[in-house]
Design a protein around this ligand. Sequence first.
Ligand code: PXP
Length: 251
Amino acid sequence: MTSALRLGVNIDHVATIRNARGGVHPDPIHAAKLAEKAGADGITAHLREDRRHISDSDIARLMDAIVLPLNFEIAATDEMLQIAVRHKPHAACIVPEKREERTTEGGLDVAGGFESLKPFVSTLKDNGILVSLFIEPSEKQLEAAASLNADIVELHTGRYCDTEGTARDVELKRIIHAAGVAEGLGLECHAGHGLTFDTVTPIAEIPSLVELNIGHFLIGEAIFSGLDSAIRRMRSLMDTTRTNIAGERSA
Ligand code: PXP
C-alpha cells in the first residue's frame, strides 16, 4: 500500500535553545503552532528524565494549545507513565534513555525488557493512548512489539543517516525489510532520527511507512531559512516521493 506519508515535527530543540538562556524564548509551543500551519501532521516532544529540553509545563501547554495529535516520547519509568496518563496524549512513544547520551542512541530492547514493558504498555492502552515503540529494524524486536500488543513501531533511522556508501545501503535494506515485516504483523510503521533533506527520500520511498518524525535538522535549518520554509520543503520532498511511487505503480 502506498499512501500519503505523515510528517511529525519534533520540537525538542526549540526548547534546547530556550534553555540555553533559561528564559521563555524561543517557545516550543509557538514552533508547534507554526508547524501546524506549515503542513505537519503531528507534533512530537520528548520529556527526558533530566528535563534538558522539553519541560513538564511545555507538555501541559502543548496539550492545551495544539490541534494536531501529540506524540509524547518517554522512557519506561513510573514517573513518565503517570505524566502520560494525566495528559492522555494521542500516542506515547517509548524510547530507551541514558543520562549521558546526547540523543536517543539506540532502539528499545523490547524483547529483553518484555516482562517489565507489559504493564507499562497495558496501562497506556487502558487509558486510550496509542503505544509506539522506538526500535532498531530487527525482526526479533518487531515480533516482541507485536506480542506486546503495541499499536505502532518507529524504526530508528540514525545508523542509516550516520553512515555512508555500502554501510548506508545495508542499513537501508534492513529498514525496508523491517517495515514490510511490521506491516505483515499488523503494526503501524513509523521511522525517524537524524533525517535531513538529503536522506529522507529513500526512506519516504518505503511503502509500508506511514509517518516520519523529524526534529533536529528542521530546527537547525530554520536558522537559515525559517521554520515554515524548512517544514514545507521537507513536506514537499516526502509528498513528491510518494506521488512518484504511485505513478510508477500505476504505469
Ligand atoms: N524519533 C524518536 C523516537 C526520537 O527519539 C527522536 C529524537 O528525539 C526523533 C524521532 C527525531 O530525531 P531527530 O531530532 O534527529 O530528527
